[in-house]
Design a protein around this ligand. Sequence first.
Ligand SMILES: *[C@@H]1O[C@H](CO)[C@@H](O)[C@H](O)[C@H]1NC(C)=O
Ligand SMILES: *[C@@H]1O[C@H](CO)[C@@H](O)[C@H](O)[C@H]1NC(C)=O
Ligand SMILES: *[C@@H]1O[C@H](CO)[C@@H](O)[C@H](O)[C@H]1NC(C)=O
Ligand SMILES: *[C@@H]1O[C@H](CO)[C@@H](O)[C@H](O)[C@H]1NC(C)=O
Ligand SMILES: *[C@@H]1O[C@H](CO)[C@@H](O)[C@H](O)[C@H]1NC(C)=O
Ligand SMILES: *[C@@H]1O[C@H](CO)[C@@H](O)[C@H](O)[C@H]1NC(C)=O
Length: 595
Amino acid sequence: MVKFLVGLATLASIAFADITFNCIGYPAPGNSIGVSINGVITKLAALENTAPVWTGVVPGATSAVQYSYVEINAANTPVKTEAFVRKLNQTTDIATDNEFFDRPITHHVVPRLPYTYLATYPSKSKAFKETQIATLHLTGDKPAIDKLNASPETDGAEVRVNFRFINAKTIYSQRNITLKTSGKSSKEFAKQSYKIKFDTDFNQTFFSRPNLKLRSMATEPTYLREKLYIDTLNAVGVPTQQGSYVRLFINNEPYGLYLMVDDIKKSFAKQTVHGGDDLIIPGSLIQANAPTLSEQADLAYKGPLSAAYGKETYISQNLGNNLVTEPLSQLITLMKDLQDFDPVATPDPLVYWNNRIDLDGFLRNMALEYLFGGFDNYWMAGSNYFIYFNPTLGTSGKWQWLPTDFDGTFGNGAEIDPLGSYKTLYNFTPDHPLVSKLIIKNAAINALFNTIIKEIVSTTFKPEAMNPHIEALNKMISLDAAWDFTLPRKSPGKNPGFTFDDFNNNLVNITKDMSGAIKPWIAARANTTSVELQFTIPAGTADRVPPPPRKGGNGDDDDDASPEGGNASSDGVSVRAVGSVMVVVAMVASSLLLA
Ligand SMILES: *[C@@H]1O[C@H](CO)[C@@H](O)[C@H](O)[C@H]1NC(C)=O
Ligand SMILES: *[C@@H]1O[C@H](CO)[C@@H](O)[C@H](O)[C@H]1NC(C)=O
Ligand SMILES: *[C@@H]1O[C@H](CO)[C@@H](O)[C@H](O)[C@H]1NC(C)=O
Ligand SMILES: *[C@@H]1O[C@H](CO)[C@@H](O)[C@H](O)[C@H]1NC(C)=O
Ligand SMILES: *[C@@H]1O[C@H](CO)[C@@H](O)[C@H](O)[C@H]1NC(C)=O
Ligand SMILES: *[C@@H]1O[C@H](CO)[C@@H](O)[C@H](O)[C@H]1NC(C)=O
């Protein structure tokens, strides 16, 4: 059988075939996309159910074909030709991937971060591919979308749009989904962030990820801060929003490069915390914010009634075991226990906290807040996290920390000294007692925190591990970032005016509006902690624990291997094998016809 296939493959590699070309393109109105092979142009077509993917078959092209895409005008004259030549990925291919016009690389190579701790991993989903930049093609009522962009702060404003997601192997469409602007301070920017919602009650789905945010990354120039934080959370075993880059177009207008992340709702608990398990009934999920400087989700106890806690400070996203009239009851019990906890006198502090919260998870989160200088999260601002009562932890459930919004890091937002000790960072008004009482003032938990910092810095958060990842991501998004910085924005509001120079330079130098630069920040923090906690950072990029196993999920991650999991999923392998056998057979069939 193996011999037989090898024979066929050899035959196929010299055979003529019909090759299908697929180019994602947004030519000027009236123009089209074509493929140019040895100077001969074949016009491609964008069909109703696949546009903006332009497709066409060129008969008799060999699998060694070299080609470029061209934009052609109504008279079929090229007006723009790609300045590079493309080749098929495999000599057995009879179709190209969906390839974006003028972007030479579709599959990038990004070395992953080494794993410090093992995590349960989210259910499989095609939504987040680490090494591709997908295209999001939305269409909808133009006046309604213009209005949404013109007044992003209008509460509850939303429009219905048709959605199309395109990556190398997938075109996925869904009609009539909800688009909103997203965030709070994000709405003050000229480049808006958005939310996308698929209504599962109406059978709308998107690879098991019905709630998404499109993060504009408008507050910082590298477009890497949030992504690096997410990747590091994954490497230290914290269940988190996944994030991958997408190009956003609405009604054929370019909006720019975005980071598509999970929006944390009930479905997130199911797909990410519980790995897609349908049988688990999610517990209480509370979104915690700081609507003003004095009104923070600090977890300070303010009495037994939900009404005493700011409506915008603690927002129930899933009731769990609470009554509609008292949505915060269970969390209030935790806040009371935190108030009652005496960091010096309470016996068995580790038992006290391990019974109530996922203590390791919380400490890993706080370690990253400190290491990245997250000025707008719990440690420093009492903001930007979710707290989830995970019914599967311990004997009857425990609270689990789910962080969010990581752009305010590495010196974006507030000036934080990367050489400063964490021990100087607790004297806040209001106090953040889950940090001050546990991490700063309790000796046993402090020792645990120090161990966690040491393990993370020794494995993941050190220049040798982070820099290759940073450089590969910077390279991967480079052309799209350059494009993004040239685009007109759609909303009133702030435009910080970052440039492509800032995009590159802020990796190493302090640039406009930033008080830190990413690589020197990591070097300084890693070094500071190793000096303070007296350990030597080992050389190398070895995993401390093996990569996490992938969950079976709904089996919709079948078009390529997961770069995170280390090994290809068995689904991915089998699908690809079937694909190439079919290709070979098709080619042999056509060569038999020729003979
Ligand atoms: C070829 O395709 C495989 C599978 O999709 C992908 O992993 C690889 O990166 C591709 N190589 C190139 C050069 O595009
Ligand atoms: C769009 O979906 C909503 C529910 O999410 C439904 O009420 C409405 O009828 C749908 N509209 C169309 C045109 O399908
Ligand atoms: C959703 O799909 C189910 C099963 O296919 C069907 O019974 C139901 O009517 C659909 N619901 C809507 C709102 O289309
Ligand atoms: C960073 O700043 C130094 C000193 O000003 C300069 O020599 C260097 O070229 C800068 N590097 C980048 C990438 O901006
Ligand atoms: C780390 O910090 C110490 C003390 O501040 C300093 O002497 C040393 O040169 C630093 N090492 C690196 C690699 O930055
Ligand atoms: C990857 O595959 C190798 C060889 O089959 C196996 O030993 C290893 O455990 C796998 N690793 C993971 C993370 O699945």
